[in-house]
Design a protein around this ligand. Structure first.
Ligand code: COA
Length: 421
């Protein structure tokens, strides 16, 4: 019999900070995390004394391979003046930061701590892309998948081609997700790609003109994205603009128990649902068009929060590739199986649509420093719920937000639900 899961006591997020996401030669994980930490400090409405932080959980996928630096949590804690508090690194591939977040949540809910810092950091861009791809592939099954030549673009391309076969989607279905996420990311000053696709098209035309080359004649975004030169195939049907980029970035979040939340903020954001699940590697699953751990994590989070998918005002989902966003919107119950692609085509997931997805720009446009991404999603939900998302703020004064963070091809998935009261 499945147990119904409840938090022993309430937990709120009262501060968030995020470095810029992008490629920053010369900046280490420490520099990125310090930027995030400083911003987090200033975001706490009524201020706080960092000496009151009792524990630190850090999401980091592979500082070992990306930077030659493992064991970053105690070093970052020391760097921001928190030694000797307990500090631990949590690893769940691209879901590392949501694994860390859940650990912080449980630490407070259990009564062990009243104030915890959760973070995420990854510095990926120092390595050549071939080495980055190999490092990322360690999150897959090296015995049965990587040995057969699979890398992450290949995994998600398999899911995309299966989705096309099963539901009649076309490459344009996926392109619509990229167009929408670039549209949102262009309104996010911290995003790696701060440009809409039409702006990128114009920039390319200007460059061609300046170089005296033939000026491209794309009539719209779809024609641009279908052009092999402008948007090369990475792994059919996934093209460059279907992929999240390789990124550097850091995030810091401050969690406190519900009882003391108002000491720090008049507008705390409460964590009302947390679901986590695992699954076997992709090759061993019956379906390529749904992620079972995401469905289960969502079900658990909805049950804990006592809400359904219909109640969620906005979501940040794990769009490491455009197909992943479409599958996520189905696994989370926003759309029926096979209808997520149509929803993307019809604009239902845009900022103006009934089910806004990835208002931050998502991993696709904001960037995907893998061990930090799950915490970056929470930054966006926190800002949107508090009405502080600037130009990309939703009009409808959202009350409930959801984050969906996937590790690997879904071997790990964490879903969290947040409420503004
Ligand atoms: N989307 C759009 N444009 C991108 C991009 C992306 N994901 N990645 C790079 N670019 C752009 C760059 O800005 C650059 O543009 P410019 O020539 O106008 O300056 C150009 O493409 C070349 O950039 P470069 O860094 O040389 O690309 P790359 O070939 O090294 O990397 C990918 C491209 C798609 C291979 C890489 O982004 C990738 O591997 N992404 C997936 C990461 C991943 O698997 N993460 C884990 C998910 S589970």
């Amino acid at each position: 019999m499945r147990k119904s899961r409840k938090l022993n006591r309430g937990v709120a997020v009262v501060g968030v900070g995020m470095s810029n996401f992008g490629a920053f030669p010369g900046m280490s994980s420490r520099d990125l995390f310090v930027d995030a930490f400083k911003e987090m400090r200033t975001s706490v409405d009524k201020g706080f004394d960092p000496k009151e932080i009792e524990a630190f959980y850090l999401g980091n996928f592979s500082g070992d391979l990306f930077e030659g630096q493992a064991h970053q949590a105690p070093m970052l804690a020391d760097w921001v003046g928190l030694s000797p508090i307990p500090a631990a690194r949590l690893e769940g591939a691209c879901a590392s930061a949501s694994v860390a977040f859940r650990e912080g949540l449980l630490g407070i809910a259990s009564g062990m701590y009243d104030m915890v810092m959760v973070g995420g950091v990854e510095k990926m861009t120092d390595l050549h892309i071939s080495k980055v791809t190999d490092a990322l592939a360690t999150a897959a099954d090296i015995t049965y998948e990587v040995s057969a030549g699979f890398t992450f673009p290949g995994f998600y391309a398999s899911m995309a081609s299966a989705y096309m076969h099963q539901y009649g989607a076309t490459p344009e279905t996926f392109m619509r997700v990229g167009i929408k996420n670039h549209e949102n990311g262009a309104l996010n000053k911290k995003a790696q790609f701060g440009a809409r696709i039409p702006d990128l098209m114009e920039a390319k035309k200007t460059k061609a003109l300046q170089k005296g080359k033939p000026i491209p004649t794309w009539k719209d975004e779809i024609e641009f994205l279908s052009d092999d030169r402008a948007n090369p195939l990475i792994a059919w049907p996934m093209r460059l603009f279907d992929c999240s980029p390789v990124s550097d970035g850091g995030v810091a979040l401050l969690l406190v128990s519900e009882e003391i939340a108002h000491q720090f903020s008049d507008d705390p954001i409460y964590v009302i649902g947390s679901g986590s699940a695992s699954a076997g590697a992709l090759h061993s699953r019956p379906s390529l068009t749904s992620i079972p751990s995401a469905k289960l994590a969502a079900q658990n989070a909805y049950e804990m929060a006592n809400v359904t998918a219909k109640d969620i005002d906005l979501a940040e989902v794990h769009d490491c590739f455009t197909i992943a966003e479409i599958i996520a919107t189905e696994d989370l119950g926003f759309f029926d199986a096979g209808k997520g692609g149509i929803a993307a085509e019809e604009g239902l997931t845009s900022r103006q649509g009934p089910q806004p997805i990835n208002t931050s720009g998502g991993l696709k446009s904001k960037g995907h420093p893998v061990g930090a991404s799950g915490a970056g999603q929470i930054v966006e939900i926190w800002k949107q719920l508090r009405g502080q998302a600037g130009e990309r703020q939703l009009d409808k004064s959202p009350r409930l937000g959801l984050t969906h963070n996937v590790g690997g091809t879904g071997q790990t998935c964490n879903v969290h639900i947040f409420e503004r009261r």
